[in-house]
Design a protein around this ligand. Structure first.
Ligand SMILES: Nc1ncnc2c1ncn2[C@@H]1O[C@H](COP(=O)(O)OP(=O)(O)OP(=O)(O)O)[C@@H](O)[C@H]1O
Length: 622
């Protein structure tokens, strides 16, 4: 046995120097090199220092980031606060404005508020285009001076002072507006109307000019654009026809018209019947002049739907002086170039408010676009709401406004009786009512079927009655008018639209079987009687079916005309009266019993306008 142990303890080789690091054996992983304490301490310190520096940096960075984050948040918070502040300010301002308005509104009466609303509606209406031809509008053509004519008032009239003229107007209750107003002239001879015509008029009991004539004719003779408003039956037709006849005579005398030349002027009417009546008047007056021998014969063309123009080819084959027309047929003839407006200088619209009324302007504008030169434009009607006057005035050149009585007021020569008659009792009561006066009598109804029913009932009862309404043929309408005018028939039953403006001789009694919704229509209907200074009666049936607002319009109209107001009308309260403030008439239709916001005419016009838009949309628009 040896002395050496079996297990041999590995020998540890100690480094000789402190620096080298030995590795004992590659396989021995557990080996940790020896690092002297000082070195370790130094290394640790170095490590600590470097770690500390990094940590510092990290920390600083983190702090900076945190700071930035806080800054961002603060800025965001500030922004939020600022926004909230602004919103609060705006809210407060809005509230302040609202409070202020509420306080102001509280001070205003309901009437004032309604007036403001009306003003807004009116502003919308005023935004409509001027009444001028599209060509003029497109070219920006604007005439600033009235047309010049050769007519002068006699010297003694020219020498009159303004004060003297004012007194004459006052005597006839004529209200005028405008610049350089032509003087009123109290007889036809002083107006320089040809002697033969003056004689003829006298033979027809027209001896002195009516108020609208004594101011309107000198204005038109002077070449002035004008708006003429006067009661139904006050002689407007002569006032606008006579100036045209005189101009035509002058032109013809200067250089006779040959085929294809003319017309000198045109009169536009809203219905065929009214056009026919005006045409017939012109024929009698121009005939009377031609018979005199000193004046040339004038050719007048009636241009309305429902008649064959070939019947009048003899007129078209000569020079043409005057055209009396309804818009549709006139546009058709102008488009077909059957005549032109190249030398046309005079345009008159009868019942002008209807012609240029809301929704009816396009036809007129279309007609105007056929004029090639400046024209004299005249608008006449018994009813002309202020707003339409204003609108028309913008489209005329230095217009003269001649107003005899309130526009839309009833003729004072008509005794107005309003009776409460139950719907089912109307027919029977009608017979009784017919006994009030001798014939001729006109009965109005708003409804075509009712017109037919009334006529049938009257015929059954042995009353000689004719009827006219829009669905009758032209021949039927003409026959009815002729038979009634000649006295062959005692009673005419008519729809309001078909008979507007018709002048029948000496109508004794107008019976309004169904009260029209628009008070203007009522004024026109009762105006078929009490014409040319004579008196007449109008009896109107109302009942539960009559809208309260219509009754209120009627009540005020009766009060204005100094007529008896029946108790059932008297008891109707005006809701506007409770709101305080002065009650004004409706600026669109002139009705005294309502404001603009519930004007039936405006509603009707808007409906028509919407319908026409729908039609143009259906056609694919423009
Ligand atoms: N100066 C006058 N003197 C007497 N009668 C006249 C005068 N002028 C016209 N007339 C007659 O008065 C009647 C009514 O005239 P006209 O038809 O012109 O009225 P109007 O004002 O046009 O009425 P409406 O508004 O209803 O159409 C006619 O029969 C006409 O012959």
């Amino acid at each position: 046995m040896s002395d050496e142990p079996a297990y041999k303890r590995p020998r540890i080789q100690r480094p000789r120097s402190p620096s080298p690091v030995y590795k004992l054996d590659d396989e021995d992983d557990s080996y940790e090199p020896y690092v002297p304490v000082a070195q370790r301490r130094q290394a640790k310190l170095a490590k600590l220092t470097s770690w500390g520096a990094n940590a510092e940096k990290e920390k600083a960075k983190r702090l900076q980031e945190e700071q930035e984050e806080r800054d961002d948040e603060e800025r965001e918070e500030e922004r939020r606060r600022e926004k909230a502040r602004k919103e609060r300010t705006l809210l407060m301002e809005a509230q302040e404005v609202h409070d202020r308005k509420a306080a102001e509104d509280a001070k205003k009466t309901a009437a004032e508020k309604a007036e403001e609303e009306d003003a807004e509606i009116l502003a919308a209406i005023a935004a409509r285009r001027k009444l001028a031809s599209d060509l003029e509008l497109a070219k920006g053509v604007q005439y600033t001076e009235p047309l010049k004519t050769s007519w002068r008032p006699p010297k003694f009239v020219r020498d009159r002072t303004e004060e003297e003229n004012r007194r004459i107007r006052e005597k006839y209750h004529i209200i005028v507006e405008g610049e350089d107003l032509p003087p009123p002239i109290e007889n036809f001879t002083d107006m320089k109307v040809p002697e033969s015509l003056v004689k003829f008029l006298k033979s027809k009991r027209i001896t002195k000019p009516t108020p609208i004539q004594l101011q309107g004719i000198p204005a038109a003779f002077s070449g002035r654009d004008m708006i003429g408003i006067a009661f139904t039956g006050s002689g407007k037709t002569l006032a606008f026809c006579l100036p045209l006849i005189m101009f035509a005579l002058e032109e013809e005398a200067r250089l006779p018209f040959i085929r294809g030349e003319g017309p000198v002027g045109v009169i536009l009417c809203p219905s065929r019947e009214l056009a026919t009546q005006t045409y017939e008047n012109i024929l009698t007056w121009t005939d009377a002049l031609a018979k005199d021998g000193r004046y040339p014969r004038l050719n007048t063309l009636l241009c309305i739907g429902g008649i064959s123009m070939s019947e009048q080819s003899h007129v078209l084959n000569k020079g043409l002086h005057i055209v009396v027309a309804t818009p549709g047929r006139l546009i058709d003839m102008l488009e077909k170039k059957r005549f032109t407006f190249d030398n046309c200088k005079y345009l008159c619209m009868d019942e002008a408010d209807r012609m240029i009324d809301l929704g009816f302007e396009e036809d007129v504008r279309n007609i105007m676009s056929f004029f090639k030169r400046q024209r004299q434009t005249l608008l006449f009607s018994a009813t002309m709401p202020r707003k339409i006057q204003d609108f028309a005035q913008q489209s005329l050149v230095k217009p003269v406004l001649v107003n005899v009585g309130r526009a839309g007021a009833a003729n004072l020569d008509v005794l107005q009786v309003v009776e409460y008659v139950k719907q089912e009792a109307k027919m029977v009561y009608l017979l009784e009512c017919l006994q009030k006066t001798p014939p001729p009598v006109i009965i109005f109804s708003e409804n075509k079927n009712e017109v037919d029913d009334i006529q049938e009932y009257l015929l059954l009862k042995g009353v000689e009655a004719v009827a006219i309404h829009g669905s009758k043929t032209q021949e039927e309408r003409q026959y009815a008018i002729k038979a009634f005018k000649s006295g062959a028939k005692d009673v005419m039953v008519a729809s309001g639209v078909a008979s507007k403006g018709l002048d029948f001789n000496d109508i004794q009694h107008v019976i309004i079987f169904s009260m029209p919704k628009e008070i203007e229509d009522y004024v026109h209907q009762i105006g078929r009687t009490g014409r040319s200074g004579k008196t007449g009666i109008a009896t109107t049936f109302v009942n539960m079916n009559t809208p309260e607002q219509t009754l209120l319009d009627l009540k005020y109209l009766l009060m204005e005309a100094g007529q008896k107001v029946p108790p059932f009308l008297q008891s109707i309260e005006d809701p506007r009266a409770a709101q305080g403030g002065a009650l004004k008439g409706c600026p669109v239709c002139g009705g005294l019993g309502h404001g603009l916001s519930n004007c039936p005419k405006l509603e009707d016009a808007q409906r028509r306008q919407m319908a026409s838009h729908r039609i143009s949309d259906d056609r694919g628009g423009y």
